[in-house]
Structure formats: C-alpha cells, structure tokens
Write a protein that binds this ligand. Sequence first.
Ligand SMILES: Cc1cc2nc3c(=O)[nH]c(=O)nc-3n(C[C@H](O)[C@H](O)[C@H](O)COP(=O)(O)O)c2cc1C
Length: 300
Amino acid sequence: MNRSIVEKAQKYFTTGVSLITSSGPHGQNVMAAEWTMQISYEPMLIAIFIHEGNATFKNIKQTREFGINVSSEEQTMAVNIAGGYSRKETDKLKINDAFDTIPSKKINAFMIAGCTINAECKLVTMKKLGDHTMIVGRAVAISYDESKKPLIYHTGRYFRLGPIIESFRKTINVDETAINWFSIESDGRFVLKCVGLIIKYNTKILVLKHTTKNHSYMTIPLVVPKRGMAYTKVLDSYLKKIGLRVTINKVPTLKRLIIKNKKKILRINFVLFEGRLKSGTKNYRWKPVLSNSLLHELTN
Ligand SMILES: Cc1cc2nc3c(=O)[nH]c(=O)nc-3n(C[C@H](O)[C@H](O)[C@H](O)COP(=O)(O)O)c2cc1C
C-alpha cells in the first residue's frame, strides 16, 4: 500500500475524543484517546486503544481501573494538553486552569468535569493488537450531561456536531381501512418491515385480500417477515402457501414510507420484488394505480 495514501486515509476516520484518567505508579493522570468505543450493552463494556509507552498504560495495567471522560466541544484545550504531553514529562492535572476534576464513586482516579459522558471502568481484558493495546473496561458507574455537545475529531482537527440529517421517508395519506390493517400488522413496532410483490398489468396492479383480526384490506401480496429471516425465502414460502405461481426478479427495491390517516401515522419499510404471473389463485384482482395512492408509491 502507498504509505502517504494510508496516512491521509487514516485521518478520514471520524471520532470523538475521550480523556482517560488513571491513578497508579505515575500518579494521577489524564491522556487523550480518540480510539474509544462502547462494545457491549450488557455488561456495558468500553474499549480504548492505548500505546504501551504511555504513562496511562502502566497506570491501568497496575491498578486495573480507569476513567473515560468523553470530551465536549468546550474542551479542546484540555484535549490538547492531555494528548500533547506525557505524565512522564509533567503533571498535566496540575497545569493552571486546564482540568476541572471531580471525585469518582467507584475508582481511585479522578474524573473530569464538563464532559458529555463520565464512565468509571474496571479492567476486563487487555490485548496487544498491532502497535497499540486494546484495553476493555466494564463501566461500574456512569453519568452523562445532555447540555454538553460532543467534540468531533477529523483530519487532525476539532469540529462541532452538525445539524441532524433526517432519514428520508415520504408521507402518503391512506384511508382508515389501510391504516387499521397496517396498524394490526405492525403490532406496536416503531418501523414495520414488509416484503411485497409487484405484478403489473398495463396500468393495473395485482392485489389480494388480506385479512387480520376482522380487518381485511386489498393490497399487493405482502408478508411481514420474522426478524433475521431471508426475505426471498419468506416471500417464496408465502407465495407457495397462497398458490400464486410467479417468476420473481431477485433484485428488490426499498421504499421507506410514512402512511398517515388523520393523526395516526405508521412507519413502513417495504422491500419490493417485481414478478411475472405464471398461473395462480383465483383470489386476486387487478386494481388501477391512482396517482398519490399507496399503490402508486409502491410501484413507482
Ligand atoms: C486528539 C488526540 C487523540 C489521541 N488518541 C490517542 C489514542 O486513541 N490512543 C493513544 O495511545 N494515544 C492517543 N493520543 C496520544 C496520547 O494522548 C499522548 O501520547 C499522551 O501524551 C499520552 O499521555 P500519558 O503518557 O500521560 O499517558 C491522542 C492524542 C490526541 C491529541
């Protein structure tokens, strides 16, 4: 690999920066670590990746505990000091006005005030990987401050978090029958995932009568797959069950929609396959695709 490309590419990873606190053979200390991430929910495990030459490494190895303080956008100076000097050179925590420390509940090292997250960790495992060592800690105490915004690190510079990018969904108005039917299918899920089949004939589309708990609705052949099931298999077995014989184009389209009726809304992700009818059930109908309808949105 071309070394200069590798070096530039490495800077394109985007991270936050944590202030790692420790107290050990090198005394109380703080260092900056961009390579910090949560790696398990339960137990809550957080990994940091530290160079063996750092004073922090020796402190953690000996005491088997450390603090993770995720820095906020007001803390660039603290990060520069924590990351720019070693405890072997100077006691960073004593530098005038650089760090505002707070006592910990469950570990000996101090925590840093003004951060977005403070996690007190007990060492679970260490493993040398390449030129750094992965240090995994279990959070034994944790707090967060919603009023603080995280500092972002990219291309060796500090950034603020930008505005939210909405994950796009088109809103379609539907009638009461449709929203009721999909509500029952969704069974309280935040997003209902469906796999459906589009069979077109001129300006019409094949629909079937679907019945769920006293609600019936004419719509494309569709099924709600169980989590983790392959969509093509779910669709194939559904079509077999209803006796609809089709040739399916295996390249699907994804439609992320919000269906709406008065104040009721439902988020639905449709994975749609196109098919051609061979022969089949007597129970289907062809419905004209009207503009601005759900069928129109699914077929376009
Ligand atoms: C923004 C920033 C991020 C850093 N991230 C890491 C990191 O993830 N792992 C690491 O070993 N060093 C990292 N460093 C370098 C250490 O913070 C630096 O070597 C520090 O002097 C070590 O302090 P210590 O010897 O007192 O432990 C980073 C430095 C900066 C400025």
